[in-house]
Design a protein around this ligand. Sequence first.
Ligand SMILES: Nc1ncnc2c1ncn2[C@@H]1O[C@H](COP(=O)(O)OP(=O)(O)O)[C@@H](O)[C@H]1O
Ligand SMILES: CC(C)(COP(=O)(O)O)[C@@H](O)C(=O)NCCC(=O)O
Ligand SMILES: [K+]
Length: 256
Amino acid sequence: MLLVVNIGNSNIRFGVFEGDECVNSWVMNTKPYKTEDELYSQFKIAFKNYDIDINRIKDIAVGSVVPHLTYPVRKSLQRLHNIKTTLVSKNTPTELTFMSPQMGTDLYANAYYAFKKYEGTKIVVDFGTALTLTCVDKNGEIKGVVIAPGVITSLKSLIGSTAQLSDIEMRTPKQTLGKDTEECMQSGVIFGFLSMVEGLIDRINKELKEETYVIATGGTGHIFAPLTSKIKIYDRLHTIKGLRELYITQKKEGLQ
Ligand SMILES: Nc1ncnc2c1ncn2[C@@H]1O[C@H](COP(=O)(O)OP(=O)(O)O)[C@@H](O)[C@H]1O
Ligand SMILES: CC(C)(COP(=O)(O)O)[C@@H](O)C(=O)NCCC(=O)O
Ligand SMILES: [K+]
């Protein structure tokens, strides 16, 4: 079995794969910062909770967009499994061609899995700490990326900057015009971000002069996907599946 780990700015997601099937997946908070020893204990507990036999994990692939966590996470996994982890990144050679030298590993993985799995030109909308749209065409050319503040990131910033606004339940309101503070904020956050995503998809389609196929993933994506016909699929494991594909490609090339 292969263990795939995605270190994001809010969450560390784990996926256990048997062949191309993800048989188990769980998430851990990225914050507050944990030491290597704490990570080691938490990983050990998670494996126990999810009934995963550590000895069956033969390979570990790690992708990260949080540089200060990459080393302690890899080190503690190595300690637990007694095997070396493989780091995948934008430097993993694939069929994709791209122009951004700083591209985050999660965006690269999003583009790669979309390229492998879906037809035509695709957009992957990732509702993570950041809200990102990554566009890749049928030839594997990454056409470009949009990076915006994430849904919860914006909401937290709004609450932190105001005296009378506090946390809300992330629930879709019945109408755009709210009647109490919570409904007003739910409308702003959910319909506001929905309109932004729909608007960005339209703009990209116009720019490329074609209808793209849109896949959503990431933390709050499940709230937005059912609200628009522009998003065709929500797959919470899209990024982790992309990291697995990067790992397979990297192994084929004989790289560590
Ligand atoms: N089930 C959920 N319902 C609502 N919000 C969620 C859920 N899971 C994650 N989130 C929110 O989504 C964001 C993180 O999404 P995630 O894709 O894990 O991000 P990252 O890859 O940046 O760590 C956080 O702001 C988190 O609060
Ligand atoms: C855009 C991101 C912050 C998204 O991170 P996430 O929301 O998944 O935690 C991350 O991919 C990143 O730091 N990228 C580097 C810059 C770039 O991709 O161009
Ligand atoms: K950041």
